[in-house]
Design a binder for this molecule. Structure first.
Ligand code: MG
Length: 386
């Protein structure tokens, strides 16, 4: 392959679990991909190793981390950017083909928007941006010819099942959930749960925030909103199905009664690689599914009484407007308070619900309304915390 045939990739959040998995995929296909930019908020040591291995032209970190980065680079030539303000310019650069969004939180929204406006292929693992401003992102993507190929395993599964099918043939989408760390823990024990217990996800190794969200089924609720945006679905067309084995990553039911499912091992390298090499399928080096070892796949209805966050999310998904932004911001603050040992696990949901109920929804928000709702919800949650 000639130099110019390389797909040039920027990874936002390269030192998190998605970033690290993305680099593993790229290392395997180093003759097809070239890393142009890496960004991180902390973990400068991991970032330095990545810079030496992948030799990007640009690296973005917070100002406070730039001295340490520079010292560690030892004369290695790379342009250092500020992760807090230079991401929109970085993702829009002419030489960039694909932007992988591994960073968490709604801060991903602005660089995500810049990437779609620049007509890039965007591979988001981040769901917050799609939750708070998915309609805007999808509209802008269409307008500017940008492709959005989801990396979140469930959305990737739906994307793969839908491949080439007209939208009008979709009857419903079955969003599978492994059930998180607390599927078998009785609700009365929630108040005493330690951070470690909540972070003990049975199937996936992920960042802390998303693992707490998974334990609450809040993450699945966010994914309902995400699926609604990505595939232009009505909320009533999305059914959450507990599937503890996490082998089926989601399914699409069509008008004729046929259901297509995407199955695979629980390793994010699979959806990441699919997004990078789309529409081609190349070997991943991952283990094949062994149906004789699996023996059975099981399904349950989610327990809404035990996990009310899921129904709150469905309600928010239907109401839409600025509510998803409020839900997301309140959840970010509340989960952080739990991880900082300020509140018990059982206080996260009531706190988020209270903030959502207090918000005056703006039905057709502009970007500014979304940001104001986000700021309001953060302040309101912090006020209730104190
Ligand atoms: Mg997921």
């Amino acid at each position: 392959m000639k130099q110019k045939d390389f797909k040039k990739v920027v990874i936002l959040g390269s030192t998190g679990s998605i970033g690290i998995s993305t680099l593993k995929v790229i290392a395997r296909y180093s003759e097809q991909f070239k890393i142009v930019g890496l960004t991180a908020y902390n973990n400068i040591d991991i970032l330095l190793r990545q810079v030496k291995n992948f030799q990007p032209r640009y690296v973005a970190v917070p100002r406070a981390g730039q001295a340490k980065l520079k010292a560690g680079l030892n004369g290695f030539l790379v342009k250092i950017l500020d992760v807090n303000c230079d991401l929109p310019e970085l993702v829009s650069r002419r030489e960039v083909d694909i932007v992988v969004i591994g960073m968490r939180g709604s801060e991903a929204l602005i660089p995500f928007l810049s990437a779609v406006r620049a007509g890039k292929t965007v591979a988001p693992a981040n769901k917050e941006a799609l939750v708070v401003a998915g309609d805007l992102l999808m509209k802008e993507a269409q307008k500017h010819g940008a492709k959005i190929i989801p990396v979140d395993s469930e959305q990737s599964a739906i994307f793969q099942c839908l491949e080439g099918r007209p939208h009008k043939e979709i009857k419903r989408v079955y969003l599978t959930a492994s059930g998180g760390a607390l599927r078998k823990v009785p609700q009365r024990k929630f108040a005493e749960l330690t951070v470690k217990e909540v972070l003990n996800h049975p199937r996936w190794r992920m960042g802390k925030k998303i693992t707490v969200d998974s334990a609450l089924l809040m993450n699945k609720g966010f994914e309902v909103i995400e699926a609604k945006r990505l595939f232009q679905l009505d909320v009533n067309q999305i059914e959450v199905v507990l599937h503890p084995e996490a082998i089926i990553h989601s399914m699409v039911g069509f008008k004729d009664g046929s259901v297509l499912a995407q199955l695979g091992v629980t390793d994010m390298r699979l959806p990441i690689q699919y997004a990078l090499t789309y529409p081609r399928r190349l070997p991943t080096g991952l283990k094949d599914l062994n149906f004789f070892e699996l023996k059975s796949l099981t399904f349950e209805r989610p327990d809404i009484k035990k996990f009310p966050a899921l129904s709150l999310c469905l309600e928010v998904a239907k109401a839409d407007g600025t509510l998803p932004s409020v839900l997301n911001a309140a959840d970010e603050v509340a989960v952080e308070a739990f991880l900082d040992l300020q509140i018990s696990f059982s206080r996260i949901y009531p706190l988020v619900e209270k903030v959502v109920r207090r918000h005056k929804n703006c039905r057709h928000p502009q970007l500014n309304d979304i940001r104001n709702a986000d700021l309001w919800a953060r302040e309101e949650t912090k006020r209730l915390l104190n």
